[in-house]
Design a protein. Structure first.
Lengths: 281, 304, 424
């Protein structure tokens, strides 16, 4: 049949015009996406003056920039603080949100469905609207300038709850039924059956939540008061707002600050893609 | 469910009640947190939106804030800007992400892993980083203009940050750069879920690539597209960071967003919390309406 | 179920340990002064110097100097003040002068009344005026943003202009010179950001005028000084001698890279001007041009900030004593910060000091800080009011229509309407 012959010819022969176009297109897109990072790396090796004048070649100032950065910012402290907030925050968010998503999906009833719809609405509220009352709450219980205050409001993230609920739709209930028959309590079923079988969902959520805590700025800015609690984003911001900002140092700092999220993403991207699959229904 | 009762191995109350209370157990922690940290502040600020004043000194103003809002030229400009972003950026980004995803879905393409990472990378950058970057790249004698001049696309440098039209274009470019990869991942994952046999059948019937895309891929991806579209709508309507850090809302309020204006009313001008709360509620209503419309348009059941 | 609750409780307790840790440290002990400020190279560094000097006199006092971006300091201060909770507030905070009245009138009672504690006649009068509300003075004046015009002698000479041509001129003359310089040398006379109305403020201030009239009402439309300022700025922007830039980096980059021959702004730009070592010896200082209206002088101000003490401070007496000993007494301190950071204080007795008399080789031996001190004393006193930023925003939003040749009067009417709406 003529179609099959065409197919065979394509499979054996030269790439089709479509494929060439695909390559060109995707290479251009990737170049656009990558270019700013390249520019950042170049910037980190140059003196501030050269960076602000747009120099495109590598310079010799990498070590100087690092030395200056070290003088201006307490790097170990800031990284430690950010890591603590991020790791603790990610752990609790995954725990609470996945349980909620699981709970909403597996034990449906009319009241909770309404509640769920209401929760989704809260996603639409801009942060500016709740910022001040939120601040007052923490001030009243004397938890200002603490990492708890930074983490707590973000733990029950409705987006993550939504994501887990969607993913749970593709989770087979038979497994839980079997667990019940075997004598496991509901909680045990959750931890011993559900969690292990949803690994890629957790991985995908972990990446997103991690990034969100690592890059958070406005709320920590408002709540944290002292130098010993400083986070990466706050430190970058104060470096950038100087009468004489040192752009080489800032670029270097940004690269250092972004590396952990990059590393995590690289390491987990297979699970990430797999996890996204689960929610795409 | 009878099996459980009969098994006798587990002691449970009636299944319906058990079902109910277990359900509550799982969601309670999240609900409490949301209640304290979202609902309560929202109600509190809703009440605040009927008051006006300076700083710590305020008084009840009834609907006065809303009257002021309707005559507020900056607010109206911010509203216009936000809608421009919504109307142009969201569709462009979705179409771009769909195209990239379908290109990357082609098993004949090599280095797909590399391309995937490269395109997702912008989503991982911190906000401060990417605004510093874009601001310097799009300066009058910045990188982008120099390249455009070098390849003779334009005769004069484009005043990205100084011209009302180009500044909006810049914001749209920045947003697209930042978020396309994110949406692409969703689409790609969903596409990989589509059985190749559909495409085979279509090809045998004589459909070309574009038709396959239009009649197979897009309909099957409808739920994901809806999801990303609603997420993007919410994100664009609440847009703040780009307006704040790249263009500063300028030139002359040409790019300011509603959230940025709220920020100004709270922190840059003499603080008026009541008025800021009023403006925030405008965003809430707009988002709610637009999300609702999108759900209805695709004829989909709400989230479940 | 019980196990679950127990686990959760245990986790919460563990976490609360981290929160509790700080509270203990804040218990009774030696006095501790917390200070909020921005710019690690300028304000923060200067405070560190002040702290070292004070600790030499009073070793028992501890300091915590917290460094954040300027906008962040303002945000945090506002949120703390507005929540009505004083625990999170510092003892001393740096506030930009344009903002002072906004804070003082929005949060009466939050700031310490320092009227009796300092001899304000020793500070530049315009600084004292802006921190005085209802007859009470609240802050300690810090750096001045006294304005001047730094210019490249060599470029101007190449175009046929001498130093005397830059002295005591009007903006109109400045624009003329600019066009000649650009035509002859290809170098722009100056660089400005069309979206930034900072220079408009400078022009207004040099004429003793402001966005508001004596009663605090918006005075944009029908204000001849305002009209002159805005029209002059538009003329400057549209002049071929002016390079258009956007953002700080580009603006400073213009003079560092030699693309612009002058820079007219506050004295705090000195550090950035000197950043390009290869240009040493080529720069000089002239007074800032004046607006072509009666009563205008060749002196103005852009920026500048002051230190304020919070009323809720637990170490208030110590904080006030600290500010007094260093900022209101230590002349040597002021010399040091001038030399090290280029900071010009507003403490008049210090301005006769040795550092102010230094002939800087970068400026061809000119004693620039003496010039600046002289300019500073001529700065007209103006009350900024609480709504400077709203006014700024209103003006910035109508500037494009004026650049495009639209009517100044109409634009100002629109700006006035916007401003009135903003301050309801």
């Amino acid at each position: 049949m003529p179609h099959e012959q065409l197919l065979l010819r394509r499979l054996r022969g030269r790439p089709s015009a479509g494929l060439v176009f695909s390559y060109v297109f995707i290479i251009i897109v990737a170049a656009f996406c990558l270019f700013p990072f390249l520019w950042m790396v170049i910037g980190a090796t140059n003196v501030s003056k050269d960076v602000s004048m747009g120099k495109l070649s590598l310079g010799m100032a990498l070590f100087d920039n690092f030395a200056n950065l070290n003088k201006l910012v307490n790097l170990p402290l800031v990284f430690r603080n950010t890591a603590f907030v991020t790791l603790v925050g990610t752990f609790f968010t995954l725990l609470v949100a996945s349980m909620a998503g699981y709970g909403f999906e597996m034990y449906r009833n009319r009241h909770r469905e309404r509640l769920y719809a209401f929760l989704l609405l809260t996603m639409m509220i801009p942060f500016a609207a709740v910022m001040i009352p939120l601040f007052r709450i923490f001030a009243k219980v004397q938890l200002l300038n603490s990492f708890i205050a930074v983490i707590l409001p973000s733990v029950a993230s409705v987006i993550v709850i939504f994501y887990f609920r969607q993913s749970t739709k593709s989770f087979s209930r038979e497994l839980v039924e079997a667990a019940r028959i075997d004598g496991l309590s509901e909680l045990q079923a959750f931890f011993y059956i559900y969690v292990p079988s949803m690994k890629s969902t957790y991985a995908a959520a972990a990446i997103i939540v991690f990034m969100s805590y690592w890059n958070s700025f406005l709320w920590p800015l408002i709540v944290l008061q002292t130098n010993d609690k400083k986070l990466l984003t706050l430190a970058i911001s104060s470096l950038s707002s100087s009468y004489t900002p040192d752009f080489g140092v800032i670029m270097l700092f940004i690269i250092l600050a972004t590396s952990p999220t990059l590393v995590i993403f690289f390491a987990m991207q297979r699970q990430f893609v797999a996890g996204m699959l689960g929610a795409g229904k | 469910m009878k099996t459980i009762r009969q098994s006798g191995l587990v002691r449970h109350h009636s299944t319906a009640g058990f079902h109910r209370s277990t359900g509550w157990m799982f969601v309670s922690f999240a609900l409490i947190l949301v209640g304290v940290f979202s609902i309560y502040p929202v109600i509190s600020s809703f009440l605040l939106s009927f008051q006006t004043g300076r700083g710590a000194v305020y008084h009840f103003n009834g609907l006065g804030n809303i009257q002021r809002l309707l005559k507020d030229t900056v607010f109206l400009q911010a509203l216009k800007n936000t809608f421009v972003y919504f109307i142009f950026q969201v569709p462009i980004m979705i179409i771009l992400a769909l195209t990239i995803a379908s290109v990357l879905n082609n098993p004949k393409l090599k280095f797909r892993g590399f391309f995937r990472i490269a395109i997702f990378l912008p989503c991982v950058t911190s906000l401060v980083a990417y605004s510093v970057l874009f601001k310097s790249m799009f300066a009058l004698d910045g990188l982008v203009n120099r390249m455009l001049l070098a390849i003779n696309v334009v005769a004069e440098p484009i005043p990205w940050l100084l011209d009302p039209f180009w500044a909006k274009v810049l914001i749209i470019i920045a947003l697209t750069w930042r978020w396309t990869g994110y949406n692409m991942m969703f689409y790609l994952s969903a596409m990989q879920n589509i059985s190749p046999s559909y495409y085979e059948a279509a090809r045998i019937d004589g459909a070309n690539a574009f038709q396959q895309f239009r009649y197979i891929t897009v309909p099957l991806l409808k739920p994901v597209i809806l999801f990303t579209s609603v997420m993007s709508t919410i994100g664009t309507l609440q847009l703040f960071d780009e307006s704040m850090n790249i263009t500063g809302g300028g030139p002359a309020n040409a790019t300011i967003t509603i959230s940025h204006y709220i920020y100004n009313v709270l922190f840059r001008f003499t603080p008026n919390f009541g008025y800021a709360a009023t403006i925030s509620y405008v965003i809430v209503f707009l988002v709610a309406i637009l999300a609702f419309v999108q759900f209805k348009l695709t004829g989909d059941d709400h989230a479940a | 179920m019980k196990k679950f609750l127990f686990v959760v409780l245990a986790l919460m307790l563990t976490l609360s340990v981290f929160a509790a840790g700080d509270k203990e440290a804040a218990a009774a002990g030696p006095q501790k002064i917390t200070i909020w400020a921005w710019d690690p190279n300028f304000n923060i560094a200067i405070m560190e110097e002040a702290k070292a000097r004070y600790q030499a006199i009073n070793p028992d006092v501890q300091f915590e100097i917290v460094d954040m971006a300027k906008a962040d300091v303002e945000q945090k201060l506002l949120i703390n003040l507005s929540s009505g909770v004083t625990d999170g507030l510092p003892d001393i905070v740096l506030i930009e002068d344009y903002n002072a009245e906004k804070y003082l009138s929005s949060y009466p009672d939050s700031f310490a009344d320092l009227t009796g504690s300092f001899d304000y006649s020793q500070f530049a009068p315009y600084k004292v005026k802006l921190m005085t509300v209802g007859g009470k003075t609240y802050g300690v004046p810090f750096d001045t943003g006294v304005a001047g015009t730094y210019y490249r002698k060599d470029i101007l000479e190449a175009a046929g202009f001498r130093a005397s041509d830059m002295e005591n001129i009007t903006w109109d003359r400045f624009i003329e010179i600019g066009e000649a310089v650009f035509a002859k040398t290809g170098v722009s006379m100056c660089a400005f950001d069309p979206t930034d109305g900072g220079l408009v403020r400078v022009m207004l201030h040099s004429a003793g005028s402001w966005y508001f009239d004596k009663n605090g009402k918006p005075f944009l439309a029908g204000n001849p000084v305002m009209e002159a300022a805005v029209a002059t700025y538009a003329k400057l922007i549209n002049s071929p001698g002016t390079m258009k830039t956007s953002g700080w980096a580009e603006w400073v980059g213009a003079i560092n890279s030699g693309k612009a021959a002058t820079i007219s702004t506050g004295v705090w730009i000195t550090g950035s001007v000197k950043a390009e070592a290869t240009q040493s010896g080529k720069w000089a200082l002239a007074p800032i041009p004046r607006l072509n209206v009666p009563g205008a002088v060749n002196a103005s101000n852009l920026g500048g900030s002051s230190w304020y003490v919070l009323n809720s401070s637990k170490a208030k007496a110590t904080a006030i004593d600290f500010l007094k000993q260093i900022y209101a007494k230590d002349n040597d301190f002021y010399q040091k910060i001038l030399v090290d950071r280029g900071a010009v204080g507003s403490f008049l007795p210090s301005q006769g000091g040795s550092a102010y008399m230094v002939a800087d080789p970068f400026f061809g031996g000119q004693k620039v800080f003496q010039n600046f001190s002289a300019y500073m004393q001529k700065i007209p006193s103006v009350e900024f009011g609480s709504y400077t930023y709203e006014a700024d925003s209103a003006i910035a939003s109508v500037l494009p229509s004026i650049y495009a040749g639209g009517s100044v009067a109409d634009a100002l009417k629109a700006a006035q309407a916007q401003l009135e709406n903003a301050i309801k």
